[in-house]
Design a protein around this ligand. Structure first.
Ligand SMILES: Cc1ncc(COP(=O)(O)O)c(C=O)c1O
Length: 390
């Protein structure tokens, strides 16, 4: 079905689905079931041993997952995708598929706070260690490589400082040392194709842009058929599955992903340009601004700059509180990538548990404020910031 269409929006709408053969329903039914009937007892073993295809139990897969997985694989240009219960389920499952006790990961401090916690506080209990280094320095990464390094995990743009890391260069380095490069592409879905740039595996929090309506938690791993099969074996054991209804909502959200991302990109650029000139803003971190130190690299590896930006506000905690308490169109909340605009102070929320040392090397300052620009009218977004700042 999908191969008939060249355009991104046509693919997002049609990939993985067609009118329901039983009823003619244009929209796929919601398979809100935990278990699936075996047609005969003889068929049970065939299904269990993979000689025939079909569904067994929702922790192993569900028709609604299959539709979302086909769309996700399509937009990342990959052979396969696996849908999971959250971005964290995707990240932990992908890592546990690649690394064993006694092995080592390299990442950077300015990643999503939850990923930092997983690598810094939980995985060491199971013998998997992580070095956090400055990813703008290729030499720092080279120095961190050990004989047991298995994974380089990166986010570009980074969260919440919007630094850009060179995916092609890091993929080459990783492959010289037999290391897998995993890219968390949550911020840049449709705007960046890490697999085309050389990454081995892509992970997503589909809770964000992919679904786009702040009403579903989901995640995905994207890679080769063989790797997704391995992940799927790990995931069945860990149990990080979604459910039919949330997958159905995600499918619906994905149909407008192309339109939404275009609008997020446009709105965020306008807001970044406005804030860049504002006297109360010390600096704006947005890769779409020519003043961003890695704007050229961003323009080279991205086709749009996304809907998230961060700013450093003049003053201290009192000024930050005043600004965040005055916003009306923006909602003070964690998360990002939804139709509505959200605003948060990373050190108070998402990066609260990141130790001071790592916040400093990651550039996560107390006066840093992260904005997720929604798809409202940009004039209203800017007017709200204007009244809150002045
Ligand atoms: C870049 C990034 N990756 C992963 C996650 C984790 O996703 P989830 O909350 O769906 O588990 C988040 C959540 O904010 C994120 O921003």
């Amino acid at each position: 079905m999908s191969n008939k269409f060249q355009g991104l929006n046509s693919k997002l709408i049609h990939t993985g689905e067609r009118p329901d053969p039983t009823t003619g329903a244009v929209v796929p039914p919601i398979y809100q079931t935990t278990t699936f009937a075996f047609p005969s007892n003889e068929s049970t073993l065939d299904l269990m041993e993979g000689r025939s295809s079909g569904h067994i139990y929702t922790r192993f897969g569900n028709p609604n997952f299959g539709i979302a997985e086909a769309k996700i694989a399509q937009i990342e240009g990959s052979e396969a995708a696996l849908l999971l219960a959250s971005g964290m389920a995707a990240i932990s499952t992908a890592i546990l598929t690649c690394a064993r006790a006694g092995e080592h990961i390299i990442s950077h401090a300015d990643i999503y706070g939850g990923s930092f916690g997983l690598l810094h506080s939980l995985f060491p209990n199971f013998g998997i260690e992580t070095s956090f280094v400055d990813f703008t320095s290729i030499d720092a990464i080279k120095e961190a490589i050990r004989p047991n390094t298995k994974i380089i995990l990166l986010e570009s743009p980074s969260n919440p400082t919007l630094r850009i890391y060179d995916i092609r260069q890091l993929a080459n380095l990783a492959h010289e040392h037999n290391i897998q490069l995993i890219v968390d592409n949550t911020f840049s879905v449709l705007n960046q194709k890490p697999l085309e740039l050389g990454a081995d595996i892509v992970v997503h929090s589909c809770t964000k842009y992919m679904n786009g309506h702040s009403d579903v938690m989901a995640g995905a791993i994207v890679g080769t058929q063989a790797f997704i099969k391995e992940c799927s074996d790990v995931y069945r054991k860990l149990g990080g599955n979604l459910n039919g209804f949330d997958a159905w909502l995600l499918i619906r959200g994905m149909k407008t992903l192309g339109l939404r991302m275009q609008r997020h990109n446009e709105n965020a650029l306008r807001v970044a340009e406005y804030l860049h000139k504002h006297p109360r803003i010390e600096s704006v971190h947005y890769p779409g601004l020519p003043s961003h130190p890695q704007h050229k690299l961003a323009a080279d590896q991205m086709t749009g700059f996304g809907g998230v930006l961060s700013v450093e506000l003049q003053g201290g905690q009192q000024e930050v509180n005043q600004f965040l308490n005055r916003v009306e169109l923006f909602t003070r909340a964690v998360s990002l990538g939804s139709v509505e605009s959200l605003i948060t102070q990373p050190v108070a929320a998402v990066h609260h548990s990141v130790p001071e040392f790592y916040r400093t090397i990651g550039g996560i300052k107390p006066n840093l404020i992260r904005l997720s620009i929604g798809i409202e009218d940009s004039a209203d977004i800017i007017a709200d910031l204007e009244q809150a700042l002045n």
